[in-house]
Design a protein around this ligand. Structure first.
Ligand code: FE
Ligand code: FE
Ligand code: ZN
Length: 305
């Protein structure tokens, strides 16, 4: 099973990400090249990157399974503010160059939100922008993430994703990243995941899937909300998620957790702990741990002493 979580990049660059992933017992990971909510980026430190590659090799982590996520404020769907639209295109061209420098093959992207323009126009804006970005790209595949359909978000239906892919010139550099929380919130039944894959295969093709975000959902089926829950603590439940991560059709696809950190309820409320070490263990052991929250708190409180 190729499984990991999103990890930070921060001041240490890729090496920090690798080390964090190893702490969680992961064999892959996903990172943002800076803060996900802004587009301020530092140049890639190649010395640090080189060291990261070495540590990955020593630990049997395949660089092909490592995923970069574009910042979520970039919106390729709306061009009412032409400057902003151009900035988004140029930012992603630079982001791809950063991925290339680190030998990263996949970048996940939220397709965008139409905000104030027609859906059809917005989809064509995404297509135009992606074709511009991919013109200069040779090695990085952009993965369109399946969205929950919150607000005017695009990419929450198979039809929208299909439309975008259909109009991309360099098909070899476009793909899809599924997100189990988003799919549930968008109205695709995750308790019948094979049915979804069958539909996806017929409309788009399974070979386009290169990543899957594994999240439970805090909201009901078809709620169009997008709030992630810890594995087994939401609407999907542990058994549904376990079936998805062990699905033989996705055996070689990296699985990335984006579940929320755990709050420390007893002492200082500011401290929060990453759940990934424990969620990865549960999925590897194929067994739900109803006491997970308590185990996470005691593990991190002990290691803080
Ligand atoms: Fe995302
Ligand atoms: Fe996601
Ligand atoms: Zn989400």
């Amino acid at each position: 099973m190729i499984i990991g979580s999103h990890v930070s990049f921060g001041k240490n660059g890729l090496l920090g990400s690798v080390n964090e992933a190893l702490e969680y017992g992961a064999n892959t990971f996903m990172f943002y090249t800076g803060a996900p909510q802004n587009t301020l980026r530092k140049p890639i430190d190649m010395k640090n990157t080189q060291k990261a590659w070495e540590v990955m090799q020593e630990n049997n982590m395949d660089i092909k399974n490592i995923i970069c996520h574009a910042p979520y404020i970039v919106n390729l769907a709306n061009n009412l503010d032409e400057k902003k639209y151009d900035f988004s295109i140029h930012f992603l061209i630079e982001e791809i160059k950063r991925c290339e420098m680190m030998n990263i093959s996949y970048m996940v992207l939220h397709p965008g939100s139409s905000v104030g323009i027609k859906k059809e126009e917005a989809l064509d804006n995404i297509v135009y922008a992606l074709n511009e970005i991919l013109k200069q790209d040779k090695t990085v595949t952009i993965l369109l993430e399946t969205m929950a359909g919150k607000g005017t978000e695009l990419g929450s239906t198979i039809e929208e994703i299909k439309y975008i892919i259909k109009h991309i010139e360099k098909k070899e550099l476009i793909g899809v990243c599924l997100d189990t929380c988003h799919l549930n919130d968008a109205g695709y039944d995750m308790t019948n995941f094979d049915k979804y894959l069958c539909l996806f295969d017929r409309e788009i093709g399974l070979s386009y899937i290169h990543c899957i975000h594994i999240n439970d959902s805090k909201n009901d089926f078809s709620s169009h909300k997008d709030r992630h829950a810890n594995i087994g603590y939401g609407t999907l439940g542990f058994d549904t998620i376990l079936k998805i991560v062990t699905n033989p059709q996705l055996a070689t696809i990296p699985k990335i957790l984006e579940t929320p950190y755990i709050g420390n309820t007893d002492t200082d409320k500011e401290r929060i702990y990453p759940p990934y070490k424990f969620e990865i263990a549960m999925l590897k052991n194929k067994e739900f741990n109803p006491d997970m929250m308590r185990h996470i708190r005691s593990y991190y409180q002990k290691s803080a002493k």
